[in-house]
Design a protein around this ligand. Structure first.
Ligand SMILES: O=C(O)C(=O)C[C@@H](O)[C@H](O)[C@H](O)COP(=O)(O)O
Length: 337
């Protein structure tokens, strides 16, 4: 199955196909230097599958985890491209999860002011969400994605077969971004979570299709695209407050969404899904610490923040809240009406 993200000269295909990673040469020119940027957690068999299709490939592996989305790793990767004499005609492939796509994409966006970038996501989270849309970034300290760019890939190749080696916690983590998409835009996608035989291919297809349509209408997040941040304002704050490595990103988004669902029956349905997928409960938090992170949110506007609320399944409302309103919600807690 192939979709195209229509963005004028930055348009690109998303290929969702079991086995697509066995023939990447059909989608990109491999007859040049290609940096295959990957993280240590990606099984060797997937790295080798891609490497052997790259006659002049350079495998660059960084330690897995959010901690690698930092200036040190960013600089290391750039230095390795310089040492290997990469030119503007060469390319970067990201093979991994959201961290790899963000880091490798930011490297590609800035090396020589931008070289070709291809995203080959290997986790549920990156397949349903982060590989599409061109957000690339690193963190500074515990502040998530604070330095980055909008830099669209030349193609996204999604192969659900690679998920067979993914630990269950990572699968459930990624599913939270798809659940988010269902809650804000796609009731049918939400229903897939309520059925007992969740079909991952259908979840990916629904999620990516919604994301594609949102990005086409608002590439740089001036309006509509903010809906994709449902759960992220408080989610990112919890992620940061717990040191970026205690909870996974999707788990934090799941926690963050609870504060922003203004429909008791729907919240109950969501909590039932969390229970089935073993999503951790919201931990104890210090309101002042979370507010400090929220003060750095990119959706801030002098003294207020754009929040995404879900009142009815499949739709969202954007509201401009004062910090006092956010504080009140944090003080009320995630499980209260
Ligand atoms: O693509 C988007 O736009 C999103 O907001 C998707 C999010 O799920 C994703 O986690 C994104 O990386 C968060 O972006 P940020 O702008 O809040 O850093």
């Amino acid at each position: 199955m192939k979709m195209v993200v229509h963005l004028d000269k930055n348009s690109y295909p998303i290929v969702l196909e079991r086995g697509v990673l066995t023939h990447i040469g059909d989608f990109l020119d491999v007859q040049r230097k290609v940096a295959l940027i990957t993280e240590s957690g990606v099984p060797e068999k997937w790295v080798e599958l891609i490497r052997k299709q790259l006659p002049d490939g350079l495998v660059l592996t960084f330690p897995e985890g959010e901690g690698s989305k930092c200036f040190t790793q960013y600089e290391n990767l750039l230095k390795q491209l310089i040492d290997a004499h990469f030119t503007r005609k060469d390319a970067v492939i990201a093979l991994g999860g959201g961290v790899t796509g963000d880091l490798a994409g930011f490297v590609a966006s800035s090396y020589m002011r931008g070289i070709d970038f291809y995203n080959l996501p290997t986790t549920v989270l990156s397949q349903v969400d982060s590989s599409v849309g061109g957000k690339v970034a690193i963190d500074v300290g515990a502040v998530k994605n604070i330095v980055g760019a909008f830099y669209q890939p030349k193609a996204v190749l999604i192969d659900p077969d690679v998920l067979q080696t993914l630990p269950q916690r990572q699968i459930n983590n990624g599913l939270m971004e798809a659940l988010k998409t269902g809650l804000i835009q796609d009731p049918e996608l939400f229903r897939l979570f309520e059925s007992d035989d969740r079909c991952i291919d259908a979840i990916i297809e629904h999620s990516i299709d919604v994301k594609r349509r949102v990005v086409e209408q608002d590439e740089k997040e001036s309006g509509l695209r903010k809906c994709l941040n449902f759960g992220h304002t408080i989610g990112h704050a919890i992620e940061g407050a717990y040191g970026l490595n205690t909870y996974l990103h999707g788990e934090c988004v799941a926690m963050g969404m609870l504060f922003m669902i203004e429909n008791a029956a729907l919240k109950k349905q969501v909590l039932t899904i969390y229970e089935k997928l073993h999503i951790p409960p919201v931990p104890d938090y210090d309101v002042d610490v979370l507010m400090d992170f929220i003060a750095h949110d990119k959706k801030n506007n002098a003294g207020s923040v754009t929040v995404v609320l879900v009142k009815e399944l499949g739709s969202f409302v954007l509201e401009q809240w004062s910090f006092d309103q956010v504080r009140a919600v944090l003080e009320r807690g995630p499980y209260e009406e």
